[in-house]
Write a protein that binds this ligand. Structure first.
Ligand code: SAH
Ligand code: MG
Length: 202
């Protein structure tokens, strides 16, 4: 059985384990949704935890990579590049990983951009994990599109939050500030670069 540490990606084990524990707590409130699947590393933590509490994980990605994954950029992976159409494509790798991890029953890929899918979504979610694009436009679309779908008592988790701009890009930090200042969420924990907020008002 494929384990998360065998999957390419950008998530520390303690962050993955924290996401699984939060899913165990909030999964009864509704399904789990993550933005930013890549090859499924975080999905391999979230999926089994969702199944354990009788729910599922929706994992959303256009699978064309973020800015930093494109050809010539720092995090480009030639194995995830489709030369015939000159585009990144992490979907085939994801599907293979979900099959090998035995998670096809509880992890449902959604293929598209966050902004395309969010307006059509009405199901309340137990936990939303934002780990998508790091541009301000992408981060804002994730926050605006999905934060309101978190059920009361559910969790909004944001990855790659760097309070010090010297450590990394700011948009995930900016949307974390928006959530904190909205009066709708309370910060409850930070694990690595993962910030966890809980929905406390409507
Ligand atoms: N959670 C993953 C890492 C995600 S990397 C892991 O555990 O390894 C970020 C992903 O977000 C990339 O695969 C990229 O294609 C996707 N992405 C970036 N902007 C997006 C957007 N606006 N809508 C959907 N997916 C997006
Ligand atoms: Mg990340």
């Amino acid at each position: 059985m494929l384990s998360p540490d065998e999957v390419k990606g950008f998530l520390a084990p303690e962050e993955g384990e924290a996401l699984a524990a939060l899913t165990a707590q909030a999964g009864a409130l509704g399904p789990i949704l993550e933005i930013g699947t890549y090859c499924g590393k975080s999905a391999l933590y979230l999926g089994p935890a969702a199944r354990q509490v009788g729910t599922i994980l929706y994992t959303l990605d256009h699978h064309r990579g973020s800015e930093e994954h494109q050809r010539g950029e720092a995090y480009h992976d030639p194995e995830l590049y489709d030369a015939e159409i000159d585009r990144m494509d992490s979907l085939p790798t994801l599907r293979r990983n979900l099959f090998r991890a035995g998670l096809e029953d509880c992890v449902i890929p959604l293929i598209g951009t966050s902004a395309q899918i969010a307006p059509h979504w009405s199901t309340e979610l137990g936990l939303v994990f934002i780990d998508g694009g790091h541009s301000m436009a992408a981060a804002l679309a994730d926050y605006r599109g999905w934060a309101s779908r978190v059920a009361m008592g559910g969790y909004l988790c944001i990855h790659d939050v760097f309070p010090d701009p010297a450590d990394g890009g700011r948009p995930p930090y900016e949307i974390w500030c928006m959530a904190r200042d909205s009066g709708l969420f309370e910060p409850v924990n930070r694990i690595g670069t993962l910030e966890v907020l809980q929905r406390c008002a409507r």
